[in-house]
Unconditional design. Sequence first.
Length: 310
Amino acid sequence: MRLKGLHHVCFKVRDLDGLEVFAADFGLITAERSADRLVMRTSGGDECAYVAIRGEEDAFLGLAFEAEDRAALDEAAARPGAGPVKALDLPGGGEGVALTDPDGNQVLLVHGMSRRAAGEPYPELLLNTPFEKRRLGRNQHARDRGPARLWRLGHAGLFVKDFAQVTAWYAENLGLIGSDIYHIPGQPQARIVGFFRLDRGEEHVDHHILAFMQDARGGCHHISFEAQDFEAQQRTHRYLGARAYQSIWGVGRHPHGSHVFDVWRAPDGARFETFSDTDLFRASDGTNVHDISTVVMDEWSDDTPERYFA
Ligand SMILES: [Fe+2]
């Protein structure tokens, strides 16, 4: 099955008003709002990237992947436990079929959604270095201080109760391929963290579309939206800090995937991340396995804060 990417994530949220204010400050745009549901999109042309349904508790419900063709939905619907192909009740329309992963998360495969015109990117940064001068006779173009323009939902991180079982399920059902996988020190078979990418053959794809972390709590660890570049992330970092939101971690750069990251706490406790400048790999580029004790999580600092996992 060929997938194009993540389409949206879905959460149950007690305080939709608070979540909407935060997500707008973070850079998402309200696509639809009712008393019981909030749908938000990015500036990249999607109609929907984040869905919150009003509930009595804050909880992760699931995620949706966009399939390359309608046939993938029929194929998925024939699997044991899969739902039928149904019309999506979301901005952009389309159809979807629901699967359930071994941790009980709903995994929707969707196809046929409409898209809208994408927003305007910022003028590209032109960087002068000691070795090359590219920007001559002018300053960097001014940019807004404020919410980032976000371009797509790029990846999500999940806490999983049984790493081996869950990653096998995503490999079998969605064709995901390990990019970098970490094991317990001295026990190469005891794998506990992994970053998985799409299988699109010789086409280059993001280093990961899902990250899995062994953790008995289950649920979502973070959701991540692509920002234009580190300048956009840094500006948003300062903007969110000035509005007294809680910075969880960043701005930093991960060694595996290389992307610049910045993670913030939403009012429902969820972690919202911006990323930019991620590595790209093909299906044939293989899988790297590491002893977790050798892994540095941030190229720019030594310690991962406790609150990143709390
Ligand atoms: Fe991430």
